[in-house]
Design a protein around this ligand. Structure first.
Ligand SMILES: [Zn+2]
Length: 254
C-alpha cells in the first residue's frame, strides 16, 4: 500500500494550525480544521506535487471573489502515520490561470504531477493554505468561531502526511513534528534495463544531492531496486552502471 506524504520539495511552515495570524479560529471552533500555510522557497511560487494518484473532487473560487481552493482525495486507501484509509487534501491561494486551471472535477492527477503552485489569490504573499483529513471532503462551512473550515473529518497534517526525506527538505516545520516516511521493504531484483533517451540519462546520487554523470543512450544498467524513491516528481530506480551505484528516472529505462 502506498504511503501519503507532504507534496512540496521544501517544507517551510509560515503559520501552523494554532497560528494567531488567522488559523487559531480554524482549530478552536466547531467544526475545526487544522490548516498550515506553506511558502516553499522564499519569494518563489513552489509547486505542490501529488504524492499518490488523487481525484479532483471540487474546485471553487476561480474568477470570483472566493479564494481559489481545490479539493482532492486519494484514489485508493493509503497508509498515513495514524490510519489507513482514503485521504482528502485541499490547497488554497493558487492564482487564476495557474496549472490548476487545466484540471476539472473528476480528473485523476497522477502521482508526481503538479497540482498547483503557491499564489496570492486572497493572500498578501505567495503561499498555499493546506488542510487534510480522512475519508471524503468536498466543501467548506463557517464554524462557531466564524472561520471557514473544511466539512470533512480534519486531522493535523502531521497525522496524515509523512515527510518523504528523499523528496522534501525541511527549512521550518514550526511547532509540528512530522514522521519520516518508512522506506519500502527491499525486494531484490536482478535485471537489466537500457537507457532509451537519445540524449542520455542523468545518474543521480542516492541521496538526490546531485548528479554523478550522464549515461549514454542504450547504456545497460543493472537494476538494484525498482521504485527506490521519488525525486522531482519522478519515480527513481536504484541502478548500477559501470561499477557506479546511483538512481535515475525509471520512465526513461526499458
Ligand atoms: Zn492559511
Amino acid at each position: 500500500m502506498q504511503k501519503f506524504y507532504f507534496g512540496m520539495e521544501t517544507l517551510r511552515v509560515t503559520q501552523d494550525y494554532n497560528g494567531a495570524t488567522s488559523h487559531y479560529h480554524h482549530s478552536h471552533g466547531t467544526p475545526a480544521d487544522y490548516p498550515i500555510d506553506c511558502a516553499g522557497v522564499d519569494g518563489r511560487q513552489s509547486a505542490y506535487f501529488a504524492p499518490v494518484d488523487m481525484k479532483v473532487v471540487a474546485i471553487r473560487g476561480v474568477g470570483n471573489y472566493v479564494t481559489n481552493t481545490i479539493w482532492l482525495e486519494t484514489v485508493e486507501a493509503v497508509e498515513t502515520p495514524t490510519f489507513t484509509d482514503t485521504v482528502w487534501l485541499t490547497l488554497t491561494h493558487w492564482n487564476d490561470g495557474s496549472i490548476t486551471a487545466k484540471f476539472k472535477v473528476g480528473d485523476i492527477i497522477k502521482a508526481g504531477e503538479i497540482i498547483a503552485y503557491e499564489g496570492t489569490d486572497g493572500a498578501a504573499a505567495n503561499h498555499l493554505h493546506i488542510t487534510c483529513g480522512r475519508g471524503h471532503c468536498d466543501n467548506w462551512t463557517q464554524n462557531t468561531a466564524a472561520a471557514w473550515v473544511m466539512t470533512g473529518t480534519s486531522y493535523p497534517p502531521e497525522q496524515v502526511m509523512y515527510l518523504n526525506d528523499d523528496f522534501t527538505k525541511v527549512v521550518d516545520s514550526a511547532s509540528l513534528v512530522f514522521q519520516s516516511m518508512p522506506k519500502e521493504e527491499v525486494t531484490p531484483v536482478a535485471k537489466t534495463k537500457r537507457v532509451r533517451v537519445t540524449n542520455g540519462l542523468y545518474l543521480m546520487k542516492l541521496d538526490n544531492s546531485g548528479t554523478l554523470f550522464v549515461m549514454p543512450h542504450n547504456a545497460t544498467v543493472t537494476v538494484l531496486q525498482e521504485n527506490y524513491t521519488t525525486a522531482k516528481g519522478y519515480s527513481m530506480d536504484k541502478v548500477e552502471y559501470n561499477g557506479t551505484v546511483g538512481m535515475c528516472a525509471n520512465q526513461y529505462l526499458e
